[in-house]
Design a protein around this ligand. Structure first.
Ligand code: NDP
Length: 248
């Protein structure tokens, strides 16, 4: 089958593992040139070897996206290097789960800043170029936690409900410029995301729950993202909510 993203340039945030890594590969397989960003340079360099083999001419951008200036810088660097940015996948995120009464507000501040503010900042940076061309696609990664709020996930859900709300308002601001906005809401995906939960009881319970089911794989989500960005320009997939079959 013909590759559907030949001539396109994509930037994937949080590409050093999990969904972001799989998405960079999926978009490269469709012929896109791909910029990848995260903090772990070694992981990005390993990914770049795979992307090069796929012909994606990867650009590796090491960045801590907690700093919104960095979130904007990676967009500018991608545009400067490739001359354009067609697809921005705002995927970088963390999930710090703990009860509200015991929460470490410093960590929650970081989660709010990365999951929401950084995504807003990179989006803002991408709009000028996309508007000028009258074309572009922004894909934001939310979660089923952006649709259903569960105990111990109050702040994480606040970030992911926030991503859904931001995406819909953004779509209504930019559709007249030919810019598409899609939000992806996966259920449980087998990645490193849960490794960073600090609250032991919550982490153990979540891991046990995840282990009880056939979890989504990063590739499953990457294929949903690839589906969105390979539709013809007049089709905007606004939202994809996807769960493991075994998840309630
Ligand atoms: P991973 O932990 O595997 O990936 C998270 C990515 O975000 C990594 O590449 C990490 O890179 C990057 N990241 C984290 N902090 C920063 C930072 N400060 N600056 C730059 N990059 C950062 O988890 P997933 O692949 O699962 O998560 C990807 C997205 O999917 C997240 O937004 C998550 O909320 C969402 N999601 C995940 C689900 C799941 O069950 N796994 C379900 C629903 C949504 P590095 O550490 O190298 O900086």
């Amino acid at each position: 089958m013909a590759k559907r993203l030949v001539g396109k340039v994509a930037l994937v945030t949080g590409a050093s593992s999990g969904i972001g890594e799989a998405t960079a590969i999926a978009l490269a397989e469709e012929g896109a040139r791909v910029a990848v960003t995260a903090r772990r340079r070694d992981r990005l360099d390993q990914l770049a070897v795979q992307l090069t083999a796929l012909g994606a001419e990867p650009l590796v951008l090491e960045a801590d996206l907690l700093d919104e200036a960095e979130a904007q810088r990676v967009v500018r660097d991608t545009e400067a290097h490739f001359g354009r940015l067609d697809v921005l996948v705002n995927n970088a995120g963390v999930m710090y789960l703990e009860p509200v009464a015991e929460a470490d507000l410093g960590r929650w501040r970081q989660m709010l800043e990365l999951n929401v503010l950084s995504l807003i900042a990179s989006t803002q940076a991408a709009l000028a170029g996309m508007t000028a061309r009258g074309d572009g696609h922004i894909v934001n990664i939310s979660s089923t936690a952006g649709r259903v709020a569960n105990p111990n996930a109050a702040a994480y859900s606040a970030t992911k409900f926030g991503v859904v709300a931001f995406s819909e308002a953004l779509r209504r601001e930019v559709y007249k410029h030919g810019i598409r906005v899609s939000v992806i809401e996966p259920g449980v995906v087998e990645t490193e995301l849960r490794d960073h939960i600090g609250h032991a009881a919550t982490k153990d319970a979540l891991n046990a729950w995840a282990d009880s089911m056939r979890q989504l794989q990063s590739r499953d989500v990457a294929e949903a993202i690839a589906f969105c960005v390979t539709r013809p320009p007049h089709v905007n997939i606004n939202e994809i909510l996807m769960r493991p079959t075994d998840q309630e």
